[in-house]
Write a protein that binds this ligand. Structure first.
Ligand code: SDX
Length: 428
């Protein structure tokens, strides 16, 4: 028997069904609220208590630190799967057979060519342009070169748009980096794996070969898996919102890139390293910065700490922290900011301000330390997050379109002026 929620307003009772998901999450279904109450709506800034959709892609339990993609535990996928396999799983709902995965990769490689005229757009950017701004612009510009990626009313059109963006996005990401460092823009090698090829496109020097480092490939592959989806986070909700107007996949993802750029979201991985570097330059006094983080008068926040949903350890942070030790050890890198990060974490976990507010390291706290050890510059950290999140954005956008979700259009509570008459300028 389905559960009911009863609301009483001005002595009148209203009943609303409670919907329950496959992991026993409950939500009050308020689709009929405004009509049945004569206009009453809800208000919930930041949607801290509001579900925007039903989704079968990712499940996370913030209290228990659980994250699963299509029912598979993130710990298992990070250990046993590769990124393209996880991308297929998120988008199409099942782990691929070898044949399916090979075809998926072949189709993606066939779409990895980016029109040479896109290089003219890149040339218009100053070298100092942040790669996230370049990426968002280029992803949006792709529509001009691939107009058919907008009408995705057939599964075939949708599939073609999906492999197209999965093929071109790593190229654009590598090009955004190479533009910044003044290297020629080129392609990688179709004989390489998806992640290996991306690294070659990023780091191949014009005058020499690129030697693959398996430690780096495996570590980046794992990081991309860990970033691949995270249910209705800010950037994914943006992708769904833009797509709900039936705007195309590419521009919806372009909007998601813009949302991810913010330092409270994906931009935090860059902000964490800049924070740790600042603490190091300031003598490594972590206690001073812990005090600043707790001081309400001080705008300083402990970047990489806290999460809207996780009120326990972010399971991704645990895996990344372990991987940081392994990768830096394998690469023989001794990065003092890793010790500063561990020191901050230890102090925070013993400090009532953080413990009471359930503030733990999140996915961004340690990831930058690994990226840096791989030779990836700090301004490319958030583009790495976007490269990882791309399959999740695609999966969520596809689900929203296949479920024929309505256009997103929240209500509001108006708190402005009541009706008033126009005054001539001489009377104001
Ligand atoms: C990502 O949603 C996702 O799933 C995102 C993500 C994904 O995979 O897509 O997981 C990726 O965005 C991770 C988060 C990266 N951002 C940061 O690391 C930036 C630092 N963290 C915060 O700004 C904050 O924790 C948020 C934005 C992540 C969450 O903010 P909330 O949920 O709106 O919480 P809040 O700001 O209301 O904070 C609650 C309390 C406040 O104190 P009080 O008013 O109760 O006294 O905790 C304090 C905050 O001041 N607080 C912090 C803090 N984070 C929260 N205090 C110091 N340092 C921090 N980092």
């Amino acid at each position: 028997m389905s559960k009911i929620a009863t609301l009483e307003i001005d002595g009148k009772k209203y009943e609303f069904p409670i919907t329950t998901g496959t992991e026993n999450e409950s939500a009050i279904d308020i689709k009929a609220l405004r009509a049945s109450t004569g206009g009453v709506t809800t208000i919930d800034p930041g949607y801290k208590n509001t579900g925007s959709c039903e989704s079968a892609i990712t499940f996370l339990n913030g209290e228990e630190g659980i994250l699963r993609y299509r029912g598979y535990a993130i710990e298992e996928l990070a250990e046993k799967a590769d990124f393209l396999e996880v991308a297929y799983l998120l988008i199409f709902g099942e782990l691929p057979t070898k044949e399916q995965l090979d075809k998926f990769h072949t189709d993606i490689k066939a779409q990895s060519h980016v029109d040479e005229d896109v290089k003219k757009i890149i040339d218009g950017f100053p070298k100092s342009a942040h790669p996230m701004g370049v990426l968002s612009s280029l992803t949006s510009a792709l529509v001009a070169f691939n107009p058919s990626s907008v009408n995705v009313d057939s599964e075939e059109d949708m599939y073609n748009a999906i492999v197209r963006i999965l093929g071109k996005f790593p190229v654009l990401t590598a090009w955004a980096y190479r533009k910044r460092v003044g290297l020629p823009l080129d392609y990688g090698d179709d004989n390489l794996g998806y992640v290996e090829n991306f690294l070659k496109m990023m780091f191949k020097k014009p005058s020499g070969d690129y030697t693959t480092n398996k430690v780096v490939v495996d570590a980046l592959d794992k990081l991309l898996i860990l970033h691949a989806d995270h249910e209705q986070n800010c950037s994914t909700s943006t992708v769904r919102m833009v797509g709900s107007s039936h705007a195309g996949l590419f521009v919806s993802i372009s909007a998601g890139i813009a949302a991810l750029w913010g330092p409270l979201h994906g931009g935090a991985n860059q902000a964490v390293i800049e924070m740790l570097e600042g603490i190091k330059e300031d003598g490594g006094d972590t206690k001073k910065y812990m005090a600043k983080a707790k001081d309400k008068q001080d705008p300083f926040r402990l970047m990489g700490f806290g999460h809207r949903v996780y009120k326990n350890f972010d399971p991704r942070a645990k895996i990344i922290k372990k991987s940081a030790d392994e990768v830096l050890g394998d690469l023989g890198v001794d990065d003092p900011v890793l010790d500063i990060a561990k020191g901050l974490e230890k102090e925070a976990l013993e400090d009532s301000y953080f413990v009471d507010r359930k503030l733990y390291p999140n996915v961004d706290f340690y990831s930058g330390i690994i990226y840096r050890a791989m030779g990836i510059p700090v301004e490319m950290f958030t583009p790495m997050f976007a490269l990882g999140r791309l399959p999740g954005w695609i999966a969520q956008w596809r689900e929203m379109r296949l479920r024929k979700e309505p256009i997103g259009r929240p209500r509001q509570v108006y708190i402005g002026e009541n009706l008033r008459s126009f005054k001539k300028i001489d009377n104001r």
